[in-house]
Ligand binder design. Sequence first.
Ligand code: FES
Length: 620
Amino acid sequence: MAAKAKVTFLPSGRTIEVASGTTLYKAAVEAGVELNSVCGGKGKCGKCRVQVHGNYELDHIHPLTPEELETGSFLACATRVRGEVRVFIPDTSTAGKGQILTTCKASCRRPDPPLRKINLTIPPPTLNDNLADLERLMRGLGPRGLGEPQMDLGLLQELATTVRKRDWRTTASFIRCGQSSRLVRLEPGDTTGLNYGLAIDIGTTTVVVQLLNLVSGKVVRTAAAYNRQISCGEDVISRIDYSVEGGLGTLRRLVLETINMLVDDVCIEVPAQQVTSACVAGNTIMIHLFLGLDPSNIKIEPYIPVANNPPPLPARVVGLKLHPEAPVMLIPGRSGYVGGDITADVIASGMHKRKELALLIDVGTNGEVVLGNDQWLVGCSCSAGPAFEGGEVRFGMRAAEGAIERASVSNNLWLNFCTIGGAKARGICGSGLIDLISGLFVKGALDKAGRFRGVLPQRIRPGTEGKEFVVAPGLETASGKPIVITESDIRNVIRTKAALYAAASVLVNSLGQKMEDVQKVHICGGFGNYLDMNKAISIGLLPDLPRKRFNFMGNGALAGAAQCLLSRRSAAEASQVAARMTYMELSVNAAFMSEFTSALFLPHTDEKLFPSVHPLVRSG
Ligand code: FES
């Protein structure tokens, strides 16, 4: 039998026994202890630093300073437990208290949910009318466009008792399945006034659950949390890698734990057992992990998912703590990298029903772009890189307490910033990075390539990765050490914004349109909502169009899921949108590489594309 080792995580005090030789990172995932990771435990991101005391062994040379090594501060993914260890996880290695976008607008005036409740009073049997209970129920339903409804054996087993409980008054709940329908629940009496459903947005970083009253269309409660899968890697590719290495079950368990915890948070006045339908929006990889489907083929050419349009499944099969027969509908996706979350964004934006040409940009852990109108839709995805979520930036972090979220740079390069929650600065999140780079560029401290011009004692100084700008001196930070932004950080942010802009340009150009022809730009996604539009335009992340054409939608995926839960028509439109969207694969698109290279500057190599920016920029 393999020797066991015992790990105690502090400050939570959670303890777990694992096989000797397990990394502290794996032990933390197993124990459900929150630990930052961008690379999924590959020793590359440096975000999983912990302090270790006890019997451990280091895997390889840590990319840490001698001072950190002396104080026992190691990467959890490169430290193996050999006996008993105590591991302290500092605040800087956790996601902290997150700022998660839950605001969304689902537009549905008169709810007509896919889960249809029908109340009937059935004539009781007599010697002259001796139809069996099931046939009697079907006769009572009559021609309501339900076809030949299917049902589970469990419902049939309870049928006789249920219909007799309230003198043959009963409520039957149906959901459409293709051309036919499915009887999912039978209740005694009239329960048509009670119809609750959950809209669920499974993001790579965050999960949001919203409880809706499907009779009134009103939101009852909303709750959000970080996706517990974060400990297994920040982006979808590291999650696929983790699942390929035998972690599919763990990933599924972690996302179900996250959702079920949020179900407890929203189901207070309404017990979870009263929730009889759910609609889920997520990117294709998140949906695969949620259902326990192998996502490995999505990573390799030609990038094929197991399913883009999985059928509705009962909550008991999926593993959600709702009514066991509650159908869980999944918004269909278009491809491995344009998933149901983007279909949901489109539904919430309404761009698929309007004549005007619209561009939809979902800025999240991945970047997805859709262009189109009521006639056609074309979509693509670009691996924007994790810079806006805190990856590949030395002091980058998610939008959580202590993150610098707003910054303004004065003419003499003094900086004003504010942090989320007003806490001492712990790092810089995506919106803070854009503010900083925009400010430094406009005030002439950065050239078009994102390099610092000259050195200014106290502010711009030489560092280990080229020049760096001191954003916050040690006195103003939680760690007591200065927070800086380096030229390498800026290059990574420029690469991320260039990928998004290039994706939008390729779609627009390939359809013979010009950027100025775009009449509406819908911005969705957690990070998109916190962007300062003018600053995002000044660095070339968003196109330089009249500002009134921009529509910041909030959490479009959640809004789309809620809309499909409330309206049969929207649910049908979601299927049509996914089916009619043309998918453009950018990884083999030569025009994308060329657009990307042109966009690797502030704001762009072609100044004519950003006419409103250049008059603002001070030359150095
Ligand atoms: S370095 Fe350990 S998770 Fe990335």
